[in-house]
Design a binder for this molecule. Structure first.
Ligand SMILES: Nc1ncnc2c1ncn2[C@@H]1O[C@H](COP(=O)(O)OP(=O)(O)OP(=O)(O)O)[C@@H](O)[C@H]1O
Length: 212
């Protein structure tokens, strides 16, 4: 019968420490083979064993800047003096495999996704409270005090954008209970998950005749 449409991307935004990575890891574990990540571009040098196009697409700084100016990236960031970016092409590559491309991006990235008209389910993950967010950030133990304070400030801005501009998102989910959050996301992605299964699992096989 007809060809199944490509599933949408799944965009998860929300403050640092709210649990985006945790939710994504759990969804990937619950639904193996359904999600995938785009391969990012970077100007940093490949480490031993890294392969161009697998861990990253490795670019010179000059080429990266050209691509950036040409609008080839959904978002870019500098970390320790090196550029990193998610290209529209890398996202398309995942979409062509028939899987749901996961994008863990900030609110500015969400605006780019909307402006570009990328088919996506966009969810903002809301902390139950700022106190709980601080508890999670501290509990993770990966940031020093200055970074925690900086993340909490940015978090307050992001939460107020989500509250003030809720139409930017398809859903705002308070990440109180991990199981419930994942269940809600799975429900929102119901049709897309079915499309992945149509596109990736079904080799034509006949059930209307004996097998030998
Ligand atoms: N629903 C939840 N209830 C309690 N703790 C949670 C929940 N979700 C995540 N956590 C915990 O909160 C901490 C931060 O989670 P995580 O690292 O996934 O956040 P993040 O949003 O991906 O942060 P970043 O953007 O900085 O990568 C982790 O220690 C994680 O175990």
């Amino acid at each position: 019968m007809g060809t199944a449409a490509s599933p949408r991307c799944f965009v998860l935004a929300g403050p640092s420490g709210v649990g985006k990575g945790t939710v994504i890891a759990r969804l990937c574990q619950e639904l193996p083979g359904v999600f995938d990540f785009s391969v990012s571009h970077t100007t940093r040098a490949p480490r031993p064993g890294e392969c161009d196009g697998r861990e990253y697409h490795f670019l010179t700084t000059e080429q990266f800047q050209k691509d950036r100016v040409a609008g080839r990236f959904l978002e870019t960031a500098t970390v320790h003096g090196q550029w990193y970016g998610t290209s529209w092409e890398a996202i398309e590559r995942v979409r062509r495999t028939g899987r749901i491309c996961i994008l863990d991006i900030d609110v500015q990235g969400v605006r780019s996704v909307r402006a570009a008209g990328l088919p996506a389910l966009v969810v903002f993950l809301m902390p139950p409270s700022m106190t709980e967010l601080e508890r999670r950030l501290r509990g993770r133990g990966t940031e020093d005090e200055a970074r925690i304070q900086c993340r909490l400030k940015t978090a307050a801005r992001e939460v107020s954008v989500a509250r003030g501009e809720p139409t930017l998102f398809d859903a705002i989910i308070e990440n109180h209970c991990l199981e419930e959050t994942c269940l809600r996301i799975r429900t929102l992605l119901d049709t897309d998950i079915a499309q992945v299964r149509d596109l990736t699992n079904t080799r034509p096989h006949r059930t209307d005749r004996p097998s030998e």
